[in-house]
Design a protein around this ligand. Structure first.
Ligand code: ADP
Length: 346
């Protein structure tokens, strides 16, 4: 096999778990074959996708060459090729607006914010669905008290979403990739499951589809941005992490893939003592404002760390539906700020 032939074969190779080829996804940056030794450079964005593609190539061409050297191109942030996210497909034409909620790291309360924002939108009279795409911690079923439900199909062979608190709910948890499944495998399986959830779920007409993204910057964010016109992204962070590279990377990725940012939510921002109602700024103040200013995006709101929010959420009783008026107000005002920050259609 010479350089040209290998190049063609690589371009035609499917990305594991996707119907798109490495050529279509523009993941091959250089190919060279010399005396039965092949050198391949990949322009994958994340380490996850690099390993996925590298393994797929090694499996297919490992026996063809005496040696196979597969490296990852060092991409400057601005240089990164994010597929076709500037002109995405639309796998969800039934949804008028798509809101992607993301974070730099796990455990910051992204799923809690996603669920409560979705419910707050429904409380305003909008038709809302939430798609739990967080393959690393699919918590939406537990947060909405739908975790005992199983996949159901209707007569048209479409999956029927769960429903609670006025929103429709679909989660990657229902495909049961277990938490000990290797991440690389999980993310490619999840990508195909998510595409199916966009196309084969009986969502009906939606004014807003809220997507609870996995934390970080990987295949799933990219695929969603390529397969859906995302109306706006919401970034959730905690004050300890506002200055971290993970958060900046998440914001920059959304900017690079042309997803407009609705703004930033600072969760677990401060503490109100339940007995005295005194406010304690445990992590200092102003971090969220500074981060928002640095990236020129709005600060949509700050939510305190609150034992009742944790207890209610973990029991499937979302604070915006069943909490106190003060708890409801955090999420409702974030939704108001978000709606005034974005261009949405109805
Ligand atoms: P992520 O989606 O970022 O991994 P989760 O939404 O699952 O995070 O939240 C992680 C944990 O933090 C959960 O136990 C949740 O109940 C709790 N939590 C989220 N927001 C708050 C808050 N404002 N106050 C107290 N606990 C919270």
């Amino acid at each position: 096999m010479n350089t040209k032939e290998l190049e063609q074969a690589l371009h035609a190779l499917s990305y594991p778990g996707l119907t798109r080829t490495l050529g279509e996804l523009k993941l091959i940056s250089e190919v060279k074959v010399k005396e039965n030794h092949a050198k391949i450079e990949l322009s994958t964005v994340s380490d996850d996708s690099y390993l996925t593609v590298k393994n797929a190539i090694a499996e297919r061409f490992g026996d063809t060459f005496a040696s196979l050297d597969i490296t990852k191109k060092n991409l400057a942030p601005k240089d990164t090729h994010y597929g076709n996210s500037a002109a995405p497909n639309n796998r969800a034409p039934y949804a008028k607006n798509v809101i992607a909620v993301t974070s730099g790291k796990g455990g910051v309360g992204k799923s809690t914010v996603s669920v409560n924002l979705a419910i707050a939108l429904a409380q305003k009279g909008y038709r809302v669905g939430i798609l739990d795409a967080d393959v690393y911690g699919p918590n939406v079923p537990r947060l909405t008290n739908t975790d005992l439900e199983k996949i159901k199909w209707n007569d048209d062979n479409k999956i029927v979403p769960s429903e609670n608190y006025g929103i429709k709910i679909m989660s990657v948890a229902l495909t049961t990739p277990t938490s000990d499944t290797p991440l690389v495998w999980r993310s490619s399986v999840a990508v195909s499951a998510l595409i199916q959830f966009l196309e084969d779920v009986a969502w009906g007409e939606l004014d807003f589809m809220v997507i609870d993204m996995p934390p970080g910057t990987g295949d799933i964010q990219l695929t969603m941005a390529q397969e859906l016109p995302i109306t706006a992204g919401v970034i959730v962070t905690t004050p300890q992490l506002v200055a971290s590279d993970d958060v900046s990377r998440a914001i920059r990725m959304f900017q690079d893939i042309h997803v407009p940012m609705a703004g930033l939510v600072e969760n677990m921002s401060y503490f109100i003592a339940p007995d005295t109602q005194n406010r304690y700024d445990i992590f200092g103040t102003g971090g969220g404002e500074r981060l928002a200013a640095r990236y020129n995006i709005p600060l949509l709101g700050q939510i305190p760390i609150d034992m009742e929010i944790r207890e209610g959420s973990d029991n499937g009783e979302p604070p915006v539906a069943l909490g106190s008026e003060t708890q409801k107000s955090y999420y409702k005002s974030i939704v108001e700020n978000m709606l005034s920050a974005i261009k949405f259609r109805l």
